[in-house]
Design a binder for this molecule. Structure first.
Ligand code: 5U1
Length: 687
């Protein structure tokens, strides 16, 4: 009988050996032992751990088989937000991206780009503390996602402990979870055999598998992973380029794309796009484009971000997939803010990996321009997860009245006519001046708008009321229980429990979720109101700028435009919303129902010395980083622009200022240096 020390040593040996085989099989695609041998080692470890539970460690390969089911996924805030990428479809857009990069870096030389496939999966973030996998989460809204650690632990291609050494104490690894094409075919065959529902495409299968509350189900799904970046902990890495980063991630045991490369300039980018486009059918996984990133990390930092996307990277997407089908009808849908969208009801057709039964026709002008009519054969396009759209009609196939043809023109169906009254509430449909979009004028009186406004209010990124789904909202609005989001806070147990298909437990849970939502943040509250053109980022900017709701409610259009990124359109939407007495009444009712937030300290705007002024930063400043200079200027009411024009009020020039300085001198725009900038900011001189 071996002693405990010897048993512990054997367990450690087994763990190391099994993980080595996992790496070889799942990451390097080079199996080192037969399956039966692997199973034997695995079982031996399982037996040891069962006999001596003290030997069980979180990074044991036996922990990859799944654990007891969860009740829900806890939210997880990312240490560094997970960004999204701007898209390019045309070569000209890629050239424009390269030009913007060179302008931003003030260089005319060809820029080095790290290029890689754009995996068609789900972005996730993995946290490793002292080399040990401790947490994994979905992207969510970029700031926080859902924690799916037990599920991610089941992926044998993910190291539970990082290989090598030299990793920071805490690091977030970013990448994509996906299912390979062949594994997808096999998975669907298994689903078919068991009479379970088949998945529409590998992406849906990956998403469905990762969001299982029972990780034992996830463990049986063939999920793969590719790493492509890092979040928190990036600053501690001894590297200078993105290419070095990917090599480092590979050395820690992460799968990375073999097809990655470094290319020069726009020509190199377009060459890579063509090359991967040709390879696409033979790649073992689905991709929906390629990603280009400025290779030098210092240059990435210099370029920075716009809203939630980096300026230093872009996704170049493959063209949409297309299919032919027939228009069975044209309906109109009413959106949350009343927008009326004509939608073609289609004979079901398989395109871009899913069966499409509806396609957007965008707006009345588009339907007219394309002249889509019932009975037409149309080309339907679908790109990635974008809503399918009707691209064009096949004119020769249009049904004509008997004896008529395309030359002696008399189609069976008349042209589409936009209804004049909302199909949901009967209110007039009207178009704003210069607007292509027709809107139902019913506001919250319209049940379609009301339902969507309530759903938006309750959404995870807004007030986060769990359990309030669309069926329930439909039911409550139709029953006359909800006229506005404020009515949610008046719901009682008796009312909810009296609804069809609502159990007592669900009613209690919903009431608890509604109660919990009362503690929120000002940014979430503003976003939840569903004001046109006010998305999450703008809501955050408004909350930060005004600090208190009363200050926002009192702001006029001019004051609103002092907020970073709020222009005349957003300001007009806000003013229109706040100008409606019933919207203010809903806000007041929400507050008296107990909705509260910790007031944000209003941005200490100091004297607004740069109010209404536009500044351009160029060259390397003496002490300030560019982002910090931008923050200071914006806090003082100014805007920072990337290019010099006659409208520029100041150019702040540092060392090695290039073409922007020349342009300023040419146009007679005042040029100041960092010392003068700081003096203006400090003294609050009326700049
Ligand atoms: N391959 C790849 N996909 N992807 C997605 N790289 C990559 N990088 C991303 C995203 C959102 O973001 C970084 C540029 C921050």
């Amino acid at each position: 009988m071996p002693g405990l020390d010897a048993t512990a040593r054997r367990a450690a040996e087994l763990r190391a050996e099994i993980e080595r085989h996992n790496q070889a099989y799942y990451v390097l695609d080079a199996p080192t032992i037969p399956d039966a041998e692997y199973d034997k080692l695995f079982r031996e470890l399982q037996v040891l751990e069962a006999q001596y539970p003290a030997l069980l460690v979180p990074d044991s390969p036996t922990q990859r088989v799944g654990a007891a089911p969860l009740k829900a996924f806890p939210p997880r805030r990312h240490g560094v937000p997970m960004l999204s990428l701007n898209n390019a479809f045309e070569p000209a857009e890629v050239e424009a991206f390269d030009q913007r990069v060179r302008d931003g870096l003030e260089t005319i030389a060809a820029v080095d780009y790290a290029v890689e496939p754009k995996f068609d999966g789900l972005a996730i973030s993995l946290t490793y503390e002292n080399g040990l996998f401790t947490c994994g989460a979905t992207r969510g809204d970029g700031a926080s996602g859902e924690e799916v650690t037990p599920n991610l632990r089941t992926l044998r291609c993910l190291p539970l402990r990082l290989l090598g050494s030299g990793w920071p104490a805490l690091i977030e690894i970013r990448g994509e979870v996906l299912i390979f094409k062949q594994a997808f075919v096999e998975l669907n065959a298994r689903q078919r055999q068991r009479a379970d529902k088949e998945f529409a495409n590998p992406r849906n299968a990956a998403a469905g598998s990762l969001r299982q509350l029972d990780s034992r189900i996830t463990a049986g799904r063939p999920l793969a992973f590719f790493a492509y970046g890092v979040g928190a902990g990036a600053e501690a890495l001894p590297i200078k380029t993105h290419a070095e980063l990917i090599d480092l991630l590979a050395s820690w045991g992460f799968p990375v794309a073999e097809e990655r490369r470094v290319v020069q300039g726009a020509k190199g980018l377009l060459g890579y796009f063509a090359e991967i486009g040709e390879k696409r059918p033979s790649l073992p996984y689905d991709i929906d484009g390629v990603v280009y990133k400025v290779n030098k990390l210092a240059a990435q930092a210099q370029l920075g971000f716009v809203s939630r996307a980096p300026r230093f990277a872009i996704a170049h997407k493959f063209p949409a997939e297309e299919a032919l089908t027939e228009v069975l009808g044209i309906d109109v849908q009413v959106g949350r803010t009343g927008a009326i969208t004509p939608v073609a009801r289609l004979k079901p057709v398989f395109v871009g990996g899913v069966t499409v039964t509806n396609a957007t026709l965008h707006n009345e002008d588009e339907v007219r321009r394309k002249d889509v009519r019932i009975g037409d054969t149309v080309i339907v396009r679908r790109a990635g997860d974008v809503i399918p759209e009707v691209d064009a009609i096949v004119t020769e196939k249009r049904p004509m009245k008997p004896g008529k043809d395309l030359f002696d023109n008399e189609p069976v169906e008349p042209p589409f006519a936009m209804p004049t009254a909302c199909p949901e509430c009967g209110s007039a449909i009207a178009k704003g001046v210069d607007e292509a979009i027709a809107r139902c004028t019913g506001g919250l009186y319209c049940p379609a708008q009301r339902k969507q406004a309530i759903l938006h209010f309750a959404a995870r990124r807004a007030m986060d009321i769990e359990g309030l789904g669309d069926k329930l909202v439909d039911q409550m609005v139709d029953a006359g229980l909800l006229h506005s989001p404020a009515d949610l806070y008046g719901l009682t147990f008796e009312t909810l429990a009296g609804l069809a298909r609502m159990g007592e437990k669900s009613a209690q849970n919903l009431l608890a979720a509604i109660e919990k939502s009362k503690q929120t943040t000002l940014a979430r509250f503003i976003f939840a109101l569903g004001i046109r053109n006010v998305g999450e980022a703008t809501a955050r900017d408004l909350a930060r700028h005004f600090g208190q709701l009363d200050a926002l409610l009192a702001a006029d259009a001019e004051a609103l435009q002092q907020v970073a990124d709020v222009g005349p359109i957003v300001a007009a939407s806000l003013a229109a919303f706040l100008g409606e007495a019933h919207n203010r009444e809903i806000i007041a009712r929400l507050q008296s129902a107990g909705v509260v937030w910790t007031e944000e300290a209003p941005a200490d705007n100091g004297p607004q010395v740069f109010a209404g002024k536009t500044l351009v930063l160029t060259g390397t400043l003496l002490t300030l980083k560019r982002d910090d200079a931008k923050t200071l200027i914006e806090a003082a009411g100014g805007k920072v622009s990337g290019s010099v024009s006659k409208k520029t009020d100041y150019v702040v020039a540092g060392e090695e200022a290039g073409s922007k300085l020349e342009k300023a001198q040419e146009l007679g725009v005042p040029v100041i240096d960092e010392v003068e900038l700081l003096k203006l900011l400090e003294q609050g001189v009326d700049a």
